[in-house]
Design a protein. Structure first.
Length: 154
């Protein structure tokens, strides 16, 4: 069946034939229960959706820690010294709340960025907030760098 097309006050088929007056768009809307949404209701829906988005975004920020306290642990590479073909010294700083024990994984890399040495160290609780540490890492071949892989609270 051809689809009705509204043209002014008359409804026609796509092929130009006039349709009976009983099948106007208003009659079809009434027949199938279609209604237009008033503009004031659309505004309320828009405000509701926008408010829900703002509330969810604020909850996400609070949950994600962006509005909370800063991190309790920070580790920074300071430098390294290649001692010989089987040792490299790694210098780094650890900043955390006094009295908090920390563990760190250190790694030594070769010229191809392959891991040639690995060591996990445990740093006991200290009275200082920031500590400078130098640790030696044994290597299986000559390293070109030594650095922190990761630190965590223990």
């Amino acid at each position: 069946m051809p689809r009705p097309v509204a043209t002014g006050s008359k409804t026609t088929h796509n092929d130009g034939e006039a349709m009976p007056e009983t099948l106007t768009l208003a009659a079809l809307d009434a027949r199938y229960g279609r209604r237009t949404v008033p503009a004031s209701r659309r505004r309320w829906i828009l405000w509701g959706v926008a408010s829900a988005f703002v509330i969810l975004f604020a909850v996400w920020l609070a949950w994600g820690g962006l509005l909370g306290a800063p991190a309790d642990l920070e580790a920074t590479d300071v430098g390294h010294t290649v001692i010989d073909d089987s040792h490299v010294d790694v210098r780094f700083e650890v900043t955390t709340n006094p009295g908090t024990p920390v563990s760190c994984a250190l790694q030594a890399l070769n010229q191809s960025f392959g891991i040639v040495g690995w060591r996990i160290i445990e740093l006991g609780a200290s009275d200082q907030r920031t500590r400078s540490i130098t640790e030696s890492v044994r290597t299986s071949e000559r390293a070109v760098t030594g650095l922190i892989y990761r630190c965590w609270l223990t």
